[in-house]
Design a protein around this ligand. Structure first.
Ligand code: NAD
Ligand code: IPM
Ligand code: MN
Length: 359
């Protein structure tokens, strides 16, 4: 197959983790006889510096002409005092909105070889296999008014029935392909938007009699995610709750550097991005874990290109390299010598290649 992939490295560790993922994709292309064309674009702080805006028209045009988008991360202290419209994060929000990517799929799966790197007990984490379905183009991130003066500031949390229904349906459809359980997370004891959310979940569930449904309030859900993470299958929630719960869930696996995500709409087009940010504290030092971005690339192959075997090849290679005891600094305990980002990525790429001989 021939595919054009828009690659947006962004800021901080973005370029490092992206170059690792692209190396692995190049091996996939060779091994499976595909042709991937990588077209590079600017987003975030890098785009603010080069174009004066975090999402230049050129980048949108590039993505529109591509089959999928692979993104690193945006943001950093250099731009933290910029006004709202020239903050790097604005570029990410704008690209999600522009392409209507309302569903952010964030799988959280325990990696058997590194269970001991989780701060939680191994027994609690070994069976964890959950997916957070985060609403991505509504809620507090986009509601108007949103402004700040010297003495007051306002953000608006608004959801329409249509916005809630489509994300809830995505979660139910996903649960049907998994263990058949949906946990809807809200704050219906306080927020009107959450009461509407709960109402819509109740309506949608009527069409999915085979799916088990539970409602949890976000504060107690945050607690249960840590005390009994294996009890969750699909979690569906609004934009900001999903943002917070997914970073919390990364702790279960041992590192934020392991969590991939897909930001998608219903027609197969998607933007694939690690859950983590630009990690300015480790940028440029070879300390970044590129696994989340590689696994996001695997999600791209599966979800946008229908390449199941190719996606599995990447996931399998990542598992194997962990089984062999190799990891980056974020997962190295005392007495373990970590590999650099580039060295670890080279191992994974080599493993994808070796599989082709043994398969
Ligand atoms: P962060 O996710 O960048 O980092 C949090 C912590 O996790 C840091 O200690 C970092 O070193 C570590 N970490 C994250 N990813 C890692 C990886 N792949 N390998 C090893 N360690 C990793 O969050 P933050 O520090 O709160 O934010 C930094 C910047 O990133 C901010 O400007 C923020 O707005 C931005 N951000 C961007 C995205 C995105 O582009 N999707 C997501 C979150 C935060
Ligand atoms: C994420 C990030 C973004 C978000 C920021 C950088 C806008 O934290 O992708 O999780 O809050 O959606
Ligand atoms: Mn986040």
């Amino acid at each position: 197959m021939e595919k054009r992939i828009a690659v947006l490295p962004g800021d901080g560790i973005g370029p490092e983790v992206i170059s690792s993922a692209v190396k692995v994709l190049e091996v996939i292309a060779r091994r499976f006889h595909h042709s991937f064309e990588f077209v590079y674009g600017s987003i975030g702080g890098a785009a603010v510096d080069a174009y004066g805006t975090p999402l230049p028209d050129e980048t949108i045009a590039l993505c529109e002409k591509s089959d999928a988008v692979l993104l690193g991360a945006v943001g950093g202290p250099k731009w933290d005092q910029n006004p709202a419209d020239t903050r790097p994060e604005k570029g990410l929000l704008a690209i999600r909105k522009h392409f209507g990517l309302f569903a952010n799929i964030r799988p959280v799966k325990a990696v058997p070889a590194i269970l001991h790197r989780s701060p939680l007990k191994e027994d609690l984490v070994k069976d964890v296999d959950l997916v957070i379905v985060r609403e991505l183009t509504g809620g507090l991130y986009f509601g108007e008014p949103s402004r700040k003066t010297h003495d007051a500031a306002v953000d608006t949390l608004v959801y329409t029935r249509v916005e809630i229904e489509r994300i809830v349906r995505s979660a139910f459809d996903l649960a049907r392909m998994r263990r058949g359980k949906v946990t809807s997370v809200d704050k219906a004891n306080v927020l009107q938007s959450s009461r509407l959310w709960r109402e819509v979940v109740e309506e949608v569930r009527a069409g999915y009699p085979d799916i088990e449904v539970e409602h949890q309030l976000v504060d107690s859900a945050a607690m249960k995610l840590i005390t009994n993470p294996a009890a969750f299958d699909v979690i569906v929630t609004e934009n900001m709750f999903g943002d917070i719960l997914s970073d919390e869930a990364s702790v279960i696996t041992g590192s934020l550097g392991l969590l991939p995500s897909a930001s998608v709409r219903t027609d197969g087009f998607g933007l694939y991005e690690p859950v983590h940010g630009s990690a300015p504290d480790v940028a440029g030092k070879g300390l970044a874990n590129p696994a989340a971005t590689m696994l996001s690339a695997a999600m791209m192959l599966r979800q946008s290109f229908g390449m199941e075997e190719e996606a599995t090849a990447i996931e399998q290679a990542v598992q194997t390299i962990y089984e062999e005891g190799h990891c980056t600094a974020d997962l190295a305990g005392s007495g373990v010598r970590p590999l650099s980002t580039e060295q670890w990525a080279a191992r994974v790429a080599e493993e994808v290649d070796i599989q082709s001989v043994s398969n």
